[in-house]
Ligand binder design. Sequence first.
Ligand SMILES: Nc1nc2c(ncn2[C@@H]2O[C@H](COP(=O)(O)OP(=O)(O)OP(=O)(O)O)[C@@H](O)[C@H]2O)c(=O)[nH]1
Ligand SMILES: [Mg+2]
Length: 408
Amino acid sequence: MMHSNMKYRSLSVLYSSLRHCVSVQMRKTNVYQNKNVIVSFMCKSFHNLNQMKQKSVANPLRHVKPRSARETLQYFVDMKQIKVKGGNGGDGAISLLQLWVNDRAGPDGGDGGNGGHVILKVSAGVKDLSSVKSVTEASNGQNGASKNCYGKNADHHIIEVPVGTIVRDVNGTILADLDEIDMMYIAARGGAGGHGNTFFKSDIKQTPKIAEYGGQGEIRQYVLEIRSMAHVGLIGLPNAGKSTLLRAISRARPKVANYPFTTLKPHIGMIHYDDYEQIAVADLPGLIPNSHKNQGLGITFLKHAERCAALLFIIDVTQENPWTHLDILEFEISQFNDKLNNRPKIIIANKIDLPEAKDNLELLKKNTDFQIIPISAKMGINISTLLKEIRILYDNSLKTKTKTDIDI
Ligand SMILES: Nc1nc2c(ncn2[C@@H]2O[C@H](COP(=O)(O)OP(=O)(O)OP(=O)(O)O)[C@@H](O)[C@H]2O)c(=O)[nH]1
Ligand SMILES: [Mg+2]
């Protein structure tokens, strides 16, 4: 009796939120007498706790605005190689002034203006690297002129990049981590303007006939990467239904087709909740065995996965031995980056509307330790449960993290 009482006390501390419901139920069934009933009751309480958790979570909103009717598909650009060139400096002028009263009035060649820099600047309004051109040149400084006219300095060319852009050189060395708004990095310096002959005038040489050419602007190549592209990334073998799911939960329009590698570039969709919170979900290209050895879309794909704070594994349960798919996915990402397997994750069994899915789903549940969420992305079955689970994961593990917390 004493023993059971202690259990009851710890139970009530653990589930204080459920205390009322627990005591009512216990009184009804007189559970103090039976240990087994307490264990089953604990399981029930866990279940209730989970249900309560789900109830207290914000509700996902259905998108009211229709999908865009634009012909072009917008995909997310999270990596880009760019070439930048600073503007050349203007040349200095050689000129000797002749006035009507003084035809040897001395040198009056002005200096050339400086060439513009190419500057990477973080802007809050830019979300991906699609607006960054592959080749960018800043303008040249103006040449100097007679009558000591200095050439005009060229304006700097500003390239706007999103928060969390990492600048690497072509060998992969990180040169800058632009993680605050308005942060700048001078990607290519413009050449300095050349001096005109006035500059070289001295007591010894009063009429120098020399001037400088403007300096050449720097030419540099960089690889820009976005540190974080979405809160959640969809990971699965080709044809698992990743794009179908993203279409079901957001207004994004990734192509859906019954052949592998339909998606070659990442697409981002937003899930909206009724407390105005938004969660970004990325549909990524399909993963195949040996992707970490650069087969299929290989490393590029895995790099996208690296930029998502949590991972959603989608398993097609109409295929035989679906748990092996999960093993393949986990193996590939761990081979690429060990830390990826420690990211928060949800396992989804997709295509449960098809009859062959039923047995496979049971087998999958038996062969994995994780909680599986069965859904049909095409028919919309169980999608709201999934959206709530995503929100719980977001609240528990991602909300407190800033976007730039992800290690690259
Ligand atoms: N019956 C059924 N079919 C589905 C479901 N989800 C996806 N499909 C079908 O599976 C096929 C592949 O779907 P996609 O969404 O293009 O798959 P994916 O994972 O994005 O594929 P890749 O982009 O090639 O990696 C399509 O023909 C979809 O209609 C589902 O829940 N039920
Ligand atoms: Mg796809």
